[in-house]
Design a protein around this ligand. Structure first.
Ligand SMILES: [Zn+2]
Ligand SMILES: [Zn+2]
Ligand SMILES: [Zn+2]
Length: 365
C-alpha cells in the first residue's frame, strides 16, 4: 500500500480517507489510476441520480461514488460514463449481510476495508479481475455472510470455483482470536483471509488455466491427492515434524492447494508491506549489526520486482525490526514466520506467476 497527497493542500493521506483533515476536501479513490483524489462537485445528474464529481487528479473526467459509499463502506469512484453502480472492488460482492442490523453493518464495514486492500493488490499486479456477472465461468465473487444460529447454520470461510465466502463473524475480534488460538494460527486477520482465499481462485486462473500446473506441482507437490482426507489428517494429527523446513505455516502442510494459498497470501503480505515501508522511506541499518547483514533499503517497487532475492533482502531486515518494535510494546511478533529456502522458492514461483502479463504501457507507479 502507498501513501497519497491531497491535490488541494498537499496533506499526506491514507487509503481509507474520505475527507482531507487539513483542507476539508472530499476524497475518492480512482482505482484505474491508483490515486486518492480531492474532489470538486460537478453538475448534478438529472433527476435524483447520484452526484457527479470532478477529481483533481483527473480534471477532465467526471466520476461518482460507488453505491457502497453511502453505507460508509467504500471510498472508490466509478467513471461517470460507466453503467456500473459499484466500484471495481464492490462489484464482486454477490451477497452482503443484512446491514439494517447495526452490528452486522459495523462488521461488514471492517470486512470491506480488508477486501478493498486485497483488491488494491490485485489491481497493482494486473491480475485478471472480472466478476461473475461479466464472466460467470471464471469470474470472482464474494459472499459475506452472517451465521444463522436459529437455522443451525455456521458460515465457513472458503473458496469454491470463483466464489469466496467470508464469515461475517470473523470481523468480531474476540471470536477471531478464539479461532486463532483454537486453530493454532499465529496470524489470523480479515485481510489475511482475503489474501489466502484469493490464492485458491488465482491458482485456478494462473496455474491450472495458465499452463503452469506441472511446474507448480514440482514445487508444491501433487495436488491430486485427496483434499478432504488431507484436511482431516491435518486436523487430527497436526503438521509433520520439521514442517518449518518446507512450509510457511502449519496449515500449508495440509495439502498442496493450501500450501499454494498460504504462500500466495504471504507474497501479498510481503510486497504490500514493503510498498508502505518504501512510502515512508524506511531504511534499516542496526548499529549492533557489525556485518551489515541486516541493512536494507526499500529502493524498488516491490509490486514490480521480478527478483525474489531482492524482495527477501529487504523483507527479512524489515521483519526483524518490526518484531523487535512490537516486543518493546509488549506485543507478539508482527511477522511470526520463518522463510526457509524452500519457502522462498515457492514465493519465487508465485512472483513469476503474477508477472506473467504486465501491460507495456504501465506508468511507473
Ligand atoms: Zn487537503
Ligand atoms: Zn465500492
Ligand atoms: Zn485454503
Amino acid at each position: 500500500m502507498r501513501l497519497f497527497n491531497c491535490q488541494v493542500c498537499g496533506q499526506m493521506l491514507h487509503f481509507e480517507n474520505t475527507l482531507c483533515v487539513k483542507c476539508g476536501a472530499m476524497l475518492g479513490y480512482l482505482p484505474q489510476r491508483n490515486v486518492l483524489s480531492a474532489l470538486e462537485p460537478a453538475e448534478e445528474a438529472g433527476g435524483d441520480g447520484p452526484a457527479l464529481w470532478r477529481p483533481k487528479a483527473m480534471p477532465r473526467r467526471l466520476a461518482r461514488f460507488c453505491e457502497n459509499a453511502r453505507h460508509e463502506a467504500c471510498n472508490w469512484m466509478v467513471p461517470a460514463e460507466s453503467e456500473e453502480r459499484f466500484c471495481l472492488s464492490c462489484r464482486h460482492n454477490r451477497t452482503i449481510p443484512d446491514i439494517s442490523d447495526p452490528v452486522n453493518k459495523a462488521q461488514w464495514q471492517k470486512i470491506e476495508i480488508a477486501k478493498h486492500r486485497a483488491i488494491y493488490s490485485f489491481i497493482r499486479l494486473w491480475l485478471p479481475l472480472r466478476n461473475q456477472t461479466d464472466d460467470p465461468e471464471r469470474g470472482l465473487a464474494f459472499d459475506i455472510l452472517a451465521d444463522m444460529p436459529e437455522a443451525g447454520q455456521r458460515v465457513m470461510t472458503g473458496h469454491d470455483n470463483g466464489l469466496i465466502t467470508v464469515a461475517l463473524i470473523e470481523a468480531d475480534d474476540t471470536e477471531r482470536v478464539k479461532r486463532q488460538t483454537a486453530m493454532g494460527e499465529p496470524y489470523r486477520t480479515l485481510l489475511g483471509h482475503f489474501r489466502h482465499e484469493s490464492g485458491h481462485y488465482y491458482w485456478d486462473r494462473l496455474v491450472r488455466d495458465g499452463g503452469r500446473l506441472e511446474e507448480c506441482r514440482a514445487i508444491f507437490g501433487d495436488d491430486t491427492q485427496d483434499y478432504g482426507a488431507a484436511l482431516q489428517r491435518h486436523y487430527s494429527e497436526g503438521p509433520p515434524p520439521g514442517w518449518r523446513e518446507n512450509f510457511v505455516s502449519a496449515y500449508a502442510a495440509a495439502h498442496p492447494w493450501e500450501d499454494f494459498a498460504e504462500s500466495w497470501a504471504h507474497y501479498l503480505h510481503i510486497v504490500d508491506t514493503l510498498e508502505m515501508a518504501r512510502a515512508f522511506g524506511i531504511g534499516i541499518a542496526p548499529v549492533a549489526d557489525r556485518t551489515g547483514e541486516l541493512a536494507a533499503e526499500v529502493d524498488f517497487n516491490p509490486y514490480r520486482s521480478t527478483d525474489i532475492q531482492a524482495v527477501m533482502d529487504a523483507w527479512v531486515p524489515l521483519t526483524v525490526t518490526l518484531n523487535s518494535l512490537n516486543r518493546c510494546m509488549g506485543e507478539g511478533d508482527l511477522y511470526p514466520f520463518v522463510l526457509s529456502p524452500a519457502v522462498v522458492a515457492k514465493l519465487g514461483f508465485i512472483q513469476s506467476l503474477v508477472h506473467g502479463e504486465v501491460p507495456p504501457d504501465e506508468e511507473a507507479l
